[in-house]
Design a protein around this ligand. Structure first.
Ligand code: PHE
Length: 363
């Protein structure tokens, strides 16, 4: 380098004359160093070697300084130290800002990136089916009535014409909470208890549907569970006939399962209705020809129904000489099974998201 050559090759006396040259060189280096830039840590290191290493430009100025006459040492020494500090600080600054940039890059958020979609919840299939049932009956003038799941014997059995010790009570395996034969407390086995509660507190016309969870002491399998859901219905007014019941249920079946659906009523028995019937619909899978779903019969059972027994009306404070009515009750799981061909009842309570997700598209 021009400058180095200058000092190394010239005798000391000559250097004395060139004090001003050194000062000038220091000024130049100051400006040069202040303007330094580096894109990588390696570049910073190169600059350190160039200016601050043992063989670097500042060090060689220091070496030359030793040979400067004593009266000029003070001023030159100050300038040299200043230059060295400026260089040290500048390199430290370059190094630091490089690593700060790297950190910032690591932590930076790309605001233009598409967000990961949040999975949305869906309604439970039983809620979907329950709501559909309610809305069909709602359009026919039925309102919703609800009641407690923990009930007393009166509302679940006695008021509904189940005499004490009547074998009909065995039809529904009951979970008892308290059982002493007179103030039994139990988990309701059907939502007919809500019908009783409504009749106790209001006079006809009464037109309600009672959705809710019910409990029965059954071993859990693909076809039975210890709890399930019902929607029961009740209509009480003057001159209500079995024909009214049949027409309302036909309308329901066709809205729920399609306009081609046929119904048939088979005589049955319930303590709280007389006459009683079970209703089948034509099998939606085979259209009535016979398949595995309908066990070859062309019909599948979907609900129980009948004309409210006069004894029930009496025990709830309604005069059976003036009023008559019908009642029906269905399992929501059963309807959902038929509508969506769910083979295993347990799926409804396992909350496997893969199963639940299938019902998003359905509604
Ligand atoms: N409560 C009956 C059951 O749970 C269903 C039903 C309701 C039958 C109303 C007839 C009339 O099985």
């Amino acid at each position: 380098m021009e400058y180095e050559v200058f000092f190394v090759t010239l005798p000391i006396e000559t250097m004395y004359r060139y004090f001003t040259v050194m000062i000038k060189k220091i000024e130049e280096l100051k400006n040069e160093i202040s303007a330094l830039q580096a894109a990588t840590p390696e570049a910073v290191e190169q600059l350190r070697i160039k200016y601050l290493s043992k063989k670097g430009e500042i060090s060689s100025l220091m070496n030359d300084f030793r040979s400067v006459p004593a009266e000029q040492k003070r001023e030159l020494g100050q300038k040299l130290n200043e230059l060295k500090n400026i260089a040290t600080e500048k390199l430290a600054f370059l190094k630091e800002s490089l690593s700060a940039n790297a950190d910032a890059e690591k932590a930076s958020i790309d605001l233009t990136r598409t967000a990961t979609p949040l999975p949305l919840g869906t309604r439970h299939p039983l809620s979907l089916v329950k709501n559909e049932i309610i809305s069909i009956f709602g359009n026919m003038g039925f309102t919703i009535a609800e009641g407690p799941e923990i009930e007393d014997d009166w509302h679940v059995f006695s008021s509904l014409n189940f005499p004490a010790d009547h074998p009909a009570r065995d039809m529904q395996d009951t979970f008892f909470i308290q059982r002493d034969g007179k103030d039994d407390i139990l988990l309701r086995t059907h939502t007919s208890s809500v019908q009783t509660r409504t009749m106790e507190h209001s006079q006809p016309p009464i037109r309600i549907v009672c959705p809710g969870r019910v409990y029965r002491n059954e071993a859990i399998s693909a076809r039975a569970h210890c709890f399930f859901h019902q929607v029961e219905g009740l209509y009480i007014d003057k001159n209500v006939s079995f024909a009214d019941l049949k027409q309302v249920l036909l309308e329901f079946a066709q809205q729920m399962f399609g306009p081609e659906t046929k119904i048939r009523l088979r005589p049955s028995y319930f303590p709280f209705t007389e006459p009683s019937a079970e209703m089948d619909i034509s099998c939606g899978i085979c259209g009535g020809k016979g398949c595995a779903m309908c066990k070859g019969t062309g019909w599948v059972e979907i609900l129980g129904c009948g004309m409210v027994d006069p004894n029930v009306l009496k025990s709830c404070g309604i005069d059976p000489e003036i009023y008559s009515g019908y009642a029906f009750g269905m399992g929501v799981e059963r309807i959902a099974n038929l509508k969506y061909l769910v083979k295993d009842l347990r799926l409804f309570s396992e909350n496997d998201v893969r199963f639940l997700d299938e019902f998003v598209a359905a509604h």
